[in-house]
Ligand binder design. Structure first.
Ligand code: SF4
Length: 275
C-alpha cells in the first residue's frame, strides 16, 4: 500500500540510519512512500513501554505518585493498543505474551527504581523537536523526556527497550543523543551545555554525556552530511543482512535474506499481501 513519501527535506535520525543500513529499504519507505507490511513485536513493545513511562511522569506532574502496579496497568492499556493484526513475532518460538511479560517487567522495575528515586523536574514529555539546518534539510525527532536536574541542569533522555543499538552502534549511541542535545540547545540560548542520556530498560542502566554548546555545530555538520548523502542518492542498492527479518518490505524485496528461525515477519507480510 502506498502512503506518502516523507517531505524531501525532513530528516529524522531513523531516516539517516535506514539509509546507512539499507538504501533499498530507504527507497521503499522514504522515496516511494510505501508502508511496511508489518510492525515487529519489538517495535510494539517500545511503543507501549514509552507510553507507560510518559504516563508515569504525567501523573507526577498532576501531583500523583503512581507505583509499579499502576505503571504495569498503564503498560497493559498501551500494549492493547500497540498490538493488533499488523504485529509480527519475528523470532520463532517466541510469542506476543513473552514480550508483554518483558514489558511489564521493564516498566515495574523502572517505576520502583529510577522513577521512585527521580527528583528531577519534567520540562516536556514526548516533545517534537525540529531544527532547520539548511535550505534542503530539517532535522526532526521526538525527545522522550526533557527535564532539569535538582541542580537545574537541562537534560534530555531517550528510552531504549532493545538490548543493544543494532547494526549502527556508533550513531545509535553517539550521534542520536547529541542530535537531541543540539536541538535542545537551539531552543535554550542561555544554556552552555545539555546532558544527553540513554536509559536502557532491559538492564536498568543509564548512560549520560554532557554535550557543550561548542559541540553543536559539529553534530549538525555530521547530520547534514548524512542527510545530503541520502538526498543525493540516485541508486539504492539492497544491503541484505540480519535486519531483513525485521524489514517490513522483506516480502517484496528480491534481495531479502530471512532465515527460517526469523521468518515470523515475512510470513505475516506474505499472508497480508495474499501471497
Ligand atoms: S529485505 Fe533486507 S535487503 Fe531488502 S530492503 Fe529490507 S533490509 Fe534491505
Amino acid at each position: 500500500m502506498s502512503v506518502r513519501p516523507t517531505p524531501a527535506a525532513v530528516f529524522s535520525f531513523s531516516r539517516v540510519k535506514t539509509f546507512a543500513q539499507c538504501p533499498l529499504r530507504y527507497r521503499y519507505r522514504y522515496v516511494d512512500g510505501l508502508e511496511e507490511a508489518f510492525t515487529s513485536v519489538e517495535a510494539a513493545l517500545g511503543t507501549a513501554v514509552h507510553a507507560a513511562l510518559e504516563w508515569l511522569y504525567a501523573e507526577r506532574g498532576a501531583g500523583r505518585e503512581p507505583g509499579p502496579a499502576e505503571a504495569v496497568a498503564a503498560f497493559d492499556r498501551a500494549w492493547e493498543e500497540a498490538t493488533g493484526p499488523r504485529v509480527a513475532v519475528v523470532r520463532a518460538g517466541e510469542t506476543v505474551a513473552v514480550y508483554a511479560a518483558r514489558g511489564r517487567e521493564m516498566v515495574a522495575r523502572f517505576a520502583a527504581g529510577v522513577f521512585a528515586r527521580d527528583r528531577s523536574r519534567t520540562v516536556a514529555l514526548e516533545r517534537r523537536v525540529s531544527v532547520r539546518l539548511a535550505e534542503d534539510v530539517v532535522f526532526t525527532g521526538i525527545a522522550d523526556r526533557i527535564g532539569r536536574t535538582e541542580t537545574g541542569r537541562l537534560f534530555v533522555v531517550d528510552y531504549k527497550t532493545a538490548a543493544s543499538g543494532g547494526a549502527w552502534p556508533e550513531h545509535e549511541n553517539g550521534l542520536q543523543a547529541r542530535l537531541y542535545a543540539a536541538a535542545l540547545l537551539a531552543g535554550h540560548p542561555q544554556e552552555d551545555g545539555v546532558l544527553a542520556g540513554f536509559h536502557y530498560l532491559a538492564s536498568g542502566e543509564t548512560r549520560w554525556e554532557r554535550v557543550p554548546r561548542a559541540a553543536a555545530p559539529g553534530v549538525w555538520a555530521r547530520f547534514l552530511e548524512l542527510a545530503r548523502e541520502a538526498l543525493a542518492a540516485t541508486e539504492f542498492p539492497a544491503r541484505p543482512g540480519v535486519l531483513c527479518a525485521w524489514c517490513g518490505f522483506n516480502h517484496r524485496c528480491p534481495a531479502a535474506r530471512v532465515p527460517e528461525e526469523l521468518s515470523g515477519g515475512v510470513t505475516l507480510a506474505r499472508r497480508r499481501a495474499g501471497g
